[in-house]
Design a protein around this ligand. Structure first.
Ligand SMILES: Nc1ncnc2c1ncn2[C@@H]1O[C@H](COP(=O)(O)OP(=O)(O)O)[C@@H](O)[C@H]1O
Ligand SMILES: O=c1ccn([C@@H]2O[C@H](COP(=O)(O)OP(=O)(O)O)[C@@H](O)[C@H]2O)c(=O)[nH]1
Ligand SMILES: [Mg+2]
Length: 259
């Protein structure tokens, strides 16, 4: 078992984070911030790094344009894109251990057990050289959110929510044309119900934490991206201002920017 022992975002004051201070104070990169089980201290491979990961969760209903906007964010800001849905579909394609179970759940619009999804994401985080991640389509439920915190030991710095009316999401999904097994009206209706029942509480949670950026997802891809741009630009600027004045109240700037 891997155990996350520390995380500190360089862009946000520790007051806005939920980790205990003694952990947050260490500040290590996610790829190197995991240690093997405490029961095997000799196997620990903890080594501090200058840069901590910057994690963005990308939320929104099915068809709201999460994946499309992630591609644009990657092009402009160079974050690494981790789509939870793509990671799960890869397990199916590779016929891995949980592949059949995942396929049945996706076909039915249901949520894959948190442990499975979080471990797939964790593996990508650990093996990456990047320090900026876009985690797309996750967490889908409060249980997902808590499992990520518990297993990975990290909180997101930013949460984007692409807010799109249901009729538009249905239209987009039915025209997506990527051969996805869940892009049909029957599954879509179930997915919308699950989104409203299980994902909205996660969105509310991050709203209350002052981390949520709600983006109107109606309009052209480029128009929507114009609303995304300033969010990441402001974080780039925060990084610069932090070098100038390490004591700047980054936490309060975050709250001002949140919806
Ligand atoms: N702003 C937009 N206007 C019209 N169609 C869009 C827009 N953004 C994305 N799409 C299309 O809608 C479909 C769903 O987009 P996608 O990015 O896959 O959404 P999600 O990842 O939220 O399910 C895709 O076919 C995509 O090309
Ligand atoms: O964290 C996740 C992400 C996805 N899924 C499953 O994978 C499907 C497709 O997710 P994806 O994010 O690819 O769909 P999108 O919202 O982009 O249409 C979902 O309906 C779920 O069945 C899941 O169980 N947990
Ligand atoms: Mg998607």
């Amino acid at each position: 078992m891997w155990r996350r022992v520390a995380l500190l975002s360089p862009m946000i004051s520790s007051s806005s984070r939920s980790l205990p201070l003694n952990q947050a104070a260490l500040g290590v990169k996610v790829g190197e911030s995991f240690a093997t089980d405490v029961n095997n201290p000799d196997e620990r491979t903890l080594s501090p790094k200058e840069k901590a990961p910057f994690i963005t969760f990308v939320l929104g209903g099915p068809g709201s344009g999460k994946g499309t906007q992630c591609e644009k964010i990657v092009e402009t800001f160079g974050l690494q894109h981790l789509s939870a849905g793509d990671l799960l579909r890869r397990e199916i394609a590779l016929k891995n251990k949980n592949g059949a179970m995942i396929l049945n759940l996706i076909k039915d619009g249901k949520i894959v057990p948190s442990e499975v999804t979080v471990k797939l994401i964790q593996k990508e985080l650990e093996s990456s050289d990047s320090c900026k991640f876009l985690i797309d389509g996750f967490p889908r439920t409060e249980e997902n959110r808590v499992a990520f915190e518990r297993i990975v030991g990290a909180d997101p710095d930013v949460v984007l929510f692409f807010d799109c009316p249901e009729e538009e999401m249905v239209k987009r999904v039915l025209n997506r044309n990527q051969g996805r097994i869940d892009d049909n009206i029957t599954t879509m209706k179930k997915r919308l119900k699950i989104f409203n029942a299980l994902n909205r509480p996660v969105i509310d949670y991050y709203k209350n934490k002052g981390k949520l950026y709600t983006i109107n997802a109606i309009g052209s891809v480029d128009d929507i991206f114009q609303h995304v741009l300033p969010i990441f630009n402001s974080f780039e600027q925060l990084k610069v201002s932090r070098h100038v004045n390490p004591k700047s109240p980054l936490g309060s700037i975050l709250v001002e920017n949140s919806s």
